[in-house]
Design a protein around this ligand. Sequence first.
Ligand code: ADP
Ligand code: MG
Length: 228
Amino acid sequence: MEKNTENIEKIMSKSYNLFEIINDKKDSDSWGDRALDIARDIHEIKKENSLAIRGIKEITRSELKDEGMKLKEIVNILFEAMKREIKESKKDIRLFFSTECNFYTSKHYYLMSMFRNLIMNSIDAIPESKQGGHISIDHSMDREKHVFEISDNGEGLDEDGLNHVFSPGFSTKINYDTGEVNRGLGLSIVKKIVEEEFGGEVSVSSVYGEGTVFRIVIPKAYIEGDKL
Ligand SMILES: Nc1ncnc2c1ncn2[C@@H]1O[C@H](COP(=O)(O)OP(=O)(O)O)[C@@H](O)[C@H]1O
Ligand SMILES: [Mg+2]
């Protein structure tokens, strides 16, 4: 899986290089071969990429059951995985999860991916210098729907950020020097999962300099149990 991730990074760089030379209208003879090369690389990693693409590469496959899982099991696995991430980041962050009830879902991979993307963003948004960083995931429900709120006391979003957070490619983390250009997809994946897999809605509110809350509302029928 690690190797696969490395390969993905390499392909992203290759594609970005191709984009640049096309943009500059340079070496047009090589465009076709370069594009084919990228296509081949993608074909290579296709088999093993599903976990990586869903962004849950650090959660081992053995911890995840195939058919489905209870919300609390999902939350426990995520909690441990995210605590490891926080430890590695060396930031002063406390993580809180609260669940109002427990239910079985066969869409556990999607839930993992959604939460992981949001929590990783919250970790990124809390500066190293901050004391008392705080991330919480709160679940509540009523007769028709489940509501998840992911909040942090990180740097928050300015107006431009608020307008574009869900757009594919919008990122304040792109580093052109290191070639780390595969950024800005996390929230567009989250939005796609919420809307297409769960028939729900995701929204964001934020106070610049104070923190951010992502709110996800999912109709019960789309998330509980086996199938719709
Ligand atoms: N919790 C958050 N607090 C502040 N800014 C955020 C938060 N989540 C996302 N963002 C902003 O939205 C951008 C897009 O997020 P995302 O789609 O996950 O891409 P990436 O994390 O690769 O930049 C981030 O670069 C960041 O500027
Ligand atoms: Mg992200």
